[in-house]
Design a protein around this ligand. Structure first.
Ligand SMILES: *Cc1c(COP(=O)(O)O)cnc(C)c1O
Length: 403
């Protein structure tokens, strides 16, 4: 559906414009009211001019909204903007990042299919596969993210989908997305990337060769910790299945949250640049502190995949993890000594957060599983926000002082 903007402007006026222009303007279909900021449409249903109009819209013969579980103008604006930023033919919004992953797997896989998942994915993603999807006959194996040979070796004749989070949380491991896409396609499988940590401002997996990309919009896309949501994006042919599942099962996005994400996208690139700049400074500074054993940040030349990160991403992200000298007690003392940074496991917020992965996000793993994931008891994860860098350093220095 093409609605004329005020003064006769059309969507096609945005053909060929840059990322920042798309982030601010893509997807807006201005109503005849001429609103400058995008409108919120809190409506569950839509009226039709005639019975014939209703029939034609239900039959999909004429475009238009029918019911907000299917489409909503504010949600659609967010979907179109994200599609533009990821370079996707189509995107569909979901009620959370987890429902984005659920929708993707439910629509692309059937019982008996085999899925390969990178070992260090988000905890609820593992629970979704282990506790629920396996019950419906989806077979799942886990592969160390960076090891391309291990990926090749893990295929079975029924492998349908590869699912990765790159960079990983909390140790900032990467996989060469282009190379993994080639491996997947060579075996007739699809590659899906959870792009939550980079956002399209730093990494565009579809352009690297992935087939499908998803986000927890709850994180950097909102960027200010206000609302839950997610999105799946990819080729129209694949998205048709995902859209069908979401329309039927119902975990769609509310127009209010879609509006928050639209506003979030408008500042995404400048926020990500600021997040990355502060993270780089903190990582370099932490690496020089005597109380710190190791810093995990792909912007550091000491990171084993620094070159890949430079090639694949336009920034190194905002998660800085480090091991302190000592064990769990030292890590906890460090965390408790901070006064400004929030003790929480969330990330992707203007507010910097600090967490102890071994006893929070990775607390349900057995000690052996934690060891194989590289999560030691002295590991601390900081998701760097947008406060003054001097204040963040001063706060982390409080932690260093009590080691
Ligand atoms: C938070 C997160 C999710 C889940 O998103 P929700 O919006 O919390 O449902 C999935 N993947 C990654 C990498 C995340 O950080």
């Amino acid at each position: 559906m093409t609605i004329e903007w005020d003064a006769g402007r059309l969507d096609s006026d945005l053909d060929g414009v840059g990322f920042d222009t798309l982030a601010v303007r893509a997807g807006q279909h201005r109503s005849p009211e001429g609103e400058h900021s995008e409108a919120i449409y809190p409506t569950s249903s839509y009226v039709f001019r005639t019975a014939a109009d209703a029939a034609a819209r239900f039959a999909g013969e004429v475009p238009g909204n029918v019911y907000s579980r299917y489409t909503n103008p504010t949600v659609r604006a967010f979907e179109e903007r994200i599609a533009a930023l990821e370079g996707a033919e189509q995107a569909v919004a979901t009620s959370s990042g987890m429902s984005a992953i659920l929708a993707m797997v439910m629509s692309l896989c059937s019982g008996g299919d085999h899925v390969l998942v990178s070992r260090s994915v988000f905890g609820s993603t593992i629970s979704l596969f282990e506790k629920y999807l396996k019950r419906f006959g989806v077979q799942v194996d886990y592969v160390p993210l960076a090891d391309l040979q291990a990926w090749s070796a893990a295929f079975k004749p029924n492998t349908k989908l590869l699912f990765v989070e790159s960079p990983s949380n909390p140790l900032a491991e990467l996989v060469d997305i282009g190379a993994l896409a080639e491996i997947a396609h060579g075996k007739g499988a699809l590659l899906a990337v959870d792009n939550c940590f980079c956002t399209p401002a730093l990494q565009q997996p579809l352009k690297l060769g992935a087939d499908i990309v998803m986000h927890s919009a709850t994180k950097y896309i909102d960027g200010q910790g206000r609302s839950m949501g997610g999105v799946v994006a990819g080729k129209a042919e694949l998205m048709k299945e995902v859209v069908g599942f979401l329309r039927t099962a119902g975990p769609t996005l509310s127009p209010f949250n879609a509006w928050i994400f639209l506003k979030g996208l408008e500042t995404l690139r400048v926020r990500m640049q600021a997040h990355c700049a502060s993270s780089q400074l903190l990582a370099e500074w932490l690496e020089q502190q005597p109380g710190i054993e190791h810093v995990y940040y792909s912007g550091l030349p000491s990171h084993p995949q620094h070159e890949l990160a430079k090639r694949q991403q336009s920034g190194f992200g905002a998660v800085v993890s480090f091991e302190v000298k000592g064990g769990k007690d030292a890590a906890w003392r460090f965390i408790d000594a901070t006064r400004v940074i929030s003790i929480t496991t969330n990330l992707g917020d203007t507010k910097t957060t600090i967490a102890h992965p071994a006893t929070t996000s990775h607390g349900r793993l057995s000690p052996a599983e934690r060891a194989s994931a590289g999560i030691r008891d002295n590991l601390i994860r900081v998701a760097v926000g947008l406060e003054d860098i001097v204040d963040l350093k001063a706060d982390l220095a409080r932690g260093l002082a009590v080691l």
